[in-house]
Design a protein around this ligand. Structure first.
Ligand code: ADP
Ligand code: ADP
Ligand code: MG
Length: 618
């Protein structure tokens, strides 16, 4: 067995690999960039080597730096994780040439499956059903258009070197073909350095179903059943589950046999995934499921397979790389129950899923409860860590297991609902809504579901009245009790700041305890900070006094006036930064700046006197 392992990756997958390696008594070595100098994966490993600046091109993607780190630490093997160098056959070869163990397939297998057209041609020859289409070398636009017409519209143009859902164009009719082709080729050349395309029949009501395969260096190949990854946004997986809804035993057997045939055709060693596209317009049928591509690495969604098979796929990878035979034969593998995974991202669905970077000041994951329930969170961050702009902004993979699909789905929904992340925005509430979508609940999923319901799914929820009122009571506990009635009507309302939004909340009497400055609210997978908003300071409700007080704790970032200066009503006085927002304080009436208590850069407490305006004598 391998004694020491360098993990050429970061984030949750590096942590995931370290976890198993440690259990097996293997010494672990992390690599990290500038941005990851304090990252979880480097903290968890036995040793860590700095490999360069933050951009991946200058660190995680530089093969020589990884190899130098392995030499320096005496690592015996390299695990590439997914993404980065995992499907780079030249890097795999250089690892082997350096006398190290590559935890992955042979470089030749990576190459055979590296380009989608060559892979499909090879698979067709091996008797694996492939998506109907054109995968020839002739890239003349008129020839491609003629092939598209032969296939019949709609068709999908795909970059042969594409990945991650990029480099694809759906074309509905012949008129649109040439423009779509040109734009696809441009994107392919820019993203993958290769503008070759293939053309496929666009499968209507498509379902993405993939099979986990595993080979060893003794010629054995097994499958670990299928996963359904049909819940996608822009051809990228969002929620994955295993097994696939509506899969009967005969179809499963035929599909998995195809996958094993595919892996054997490229002498596959290690963990791999054969992706298929299925016609989901009716019941699943073996003759309506076609090979799409093979991913020659561990997949992001591998945990759902682990949860229903009880196999630790990373352990198998390490055993196979050490030369051991597969731990189990096909007849010893079985599936039990149902597992579902959601990719929790630092992104803002309300802003077109823009990545939301910054410090994770609050980071809590919901726990799966209930009899026999199992919840799992694979993450690469911790409370206080930064989501940097340099890498994939995935915060965690949240995984739930249940006896059946409904149980797994409800548990996952609960775990996400009970998560709280702040001030970074996440897609948690989007995921909860997707999991609760009637079509998903019914198991009638296809890859277009999210696109069709995107407006409803992306809407940001607001906290409920009950939760807001309870939080307000904690902020203003000294509301006088009016009589002795239970459920008494609110005595008064007050203004609060919900993150940066001003809201009015009813105050109920009877809240005890000490007043606090702010409270966190978490509901429906969303988190907010509620704090008192002293409107007087800003809007001059206490105009009579002319006192400009700080509406909340913060920092003065600009002072626009001087003591003694004459100001007009509404003139900008100073700017306060609080909770990552800027707030402008203005003069309530015309007069002179009688007092100026602060300067730029100063921290101020709530209700601190900042300045005082005095009306000029007539
Ligand atoms: P999967 O089916 O496993 O999602 P994809 O082909 O979509 O496979 O992408 C591979 C995975 O690698 C993605 O999930 C993505 O998170 C990760 N990945 C892709 N590019 C990068 C990168 N530059 N850095 C880190 N991870 C990456
Ligand atoms: P990538 O390398 O980007 O993962 P894939 O070939 O695996 O590319 O396709 C990504 C996704 O695009 C699939 O999961 C599926 O949703 C969709 N897709 C691919 N091929 C087809 C097709 N022929 N018909 C319908 N949808 C398809
Ligand atoms: Mg794919």
């Amino acid at each position: 067995m391998i004694q020491s392992l360098l993990i050429a990756n970061r984030g949750e997958i590096a942590c995931r690999i370290i976890r198993t390696a440690r259990r097996l008594g293997i010494r672990t070595i992390a690599v990290y960039s500038d941005a990851d100098a304090d990252a979880l994966h480097m903290r968890q490993a036995d040793e860590a080597v700095h490999i360069g600046p933050s951009p991946a091109r200058e660190s995680y993607l530089v093969g020589e730096r990884i190899l130098a780190a392995a030499r320096q630490t005496g690592a015996q093997a390299i695990h590439p994780g997914y993404g980065f160098l995992s499907e780079n056959s030249a890097f795999a070869q250089s690892v082997i040439d350096a006398g190290l163990i590559w935890v992955g397939p042979n470089p030749a297998s990576i190459d055979a499956m590296g380009l989608k057209d060559a892979a499909k041609t090879l698979m067709a020859a091996a008797g694996v059903p492939v998506t109907p289409g054109y995968m020839g070398a002739d890239q003349n636009p008129d020839h491609l258009a003629a092939e598209a017409a032969k296939i019949g519209y709609p068709v999908l143009i795909k970059a042969v070197a594409g990945g991650g859902g990029k480099g694809m164009r759906l074309v509905e009719s012949a008129e649109a073909f040439h423009d779509a082709l040109a734009s696809c080729q441009r994107e392919a050349a820019a993203s993958f350095g290769n503008d070759h395309v293939l053309i496929e029949k666009y499968i209507l009501s498509p379902r993405h179903i993939e099979v986990q395969v595993f080979g060893d260096s003794h010629g054995n190949v097994v499958h670990l059943s299928e996963r359904d990854c049909s819940l996608q946004r822009r051809h990228q997986k969002v929620i994955e589950e295993a097994p696939a809804p509506g899969m009967d035993e005969a179809t499963r057997a035929a599909l998995c046999a195809s996958a094993v045939r595919a892996a054997k055709a490229v002498d596959y060693v290690g963990a791999g995934t054969i992706e298929f596209i299925a016609d989901g317009s009716g019941a699943l049928r073996a003759d309506r499921i076609w090979f799409m591509e093979m991913n020659t690495r561990l997949q992001v969604e591998h945990p759902v397979t682990e949860e229903i098979t009880g196999v630790d796929l990373v352990e198998w990878q390490l055993r196979v790389a050490s030369g051991e035979p597969l731990p189990l034969a096909q007849e010893d593998l079985a599936i039990h129950g149902w597992a579902m995974e959601a990719r929790l991202y630092a992104e803002d669905p309300a802003k077109g899923f823009l990545p939301s970077i910054g410090k994770l000041e609050l980071l809590q994951f919901g726990e799966s409860e209930g009899a026999g329930g199992r919840g799992r969170v694979d993450t690469g961050v911790f409370e206080g860590a930064e989501v940097s702009p340099f890498y994939d902004p995935m915060i965690a993979k949240v995984i739930a297991w249940g006896e059946d699909r409904d149980e797994a789905r409800e548990r996952l929904s609960d775990m996400l609902s009970d998560s709280a992340v702040w001030p970074v925005k996440t897609n948690a509430s989007f995921l909860v809504k997707a999991l609760d979508h009637p079509d998903f609940v019914a198991g009638t999923v296809d890859t277009g579901l999210i696109g069709r319901s995107s407006a409803a799914l992306a809407q940001t929820p607001q906290p409920s009245c009950e939760v807001l009122e309870a939080a307000a009571a904690a902020l203003v506990p000294d509301v006088p009790v009016s009589g002795f009635r239970l459920n008494a009507a609110p005595t008064r309302t007050a203004w609060f700041l919900l993150d940066d939004q001003e809201i009015e909340v009813a105050l109920h009497p009877g809240g005890g305890g000490e007043a606090v400055e702010a409270v966190m609210i978490a509901e429906q997978g969303q988190a907010w900070r509620l704090s008192p908003w002293r409107r007087e300071g800003v809007h001059g409700a206490a105009a009579g006094s002319g006192a400009i007080v700080s509406p909340m704790p913060g920092k003065v970032i600009a002072v626009d006036v001087e003591a003694g200066q004459t100001v007009t009503a509404g003139q900008k006085l100073l700017t306060l930064e609080a909770m990552k927002m800027e707030h402008t304080l203005t003069a309530p009436f015309a007069g002179i700046v009688a007092e100026l208590k602060v300067s730029a850069g100063q921290q101020v407490q709530v209700e601190a006197l900042l300045a005082r305006i005095e009306a000029e004598a007539e």
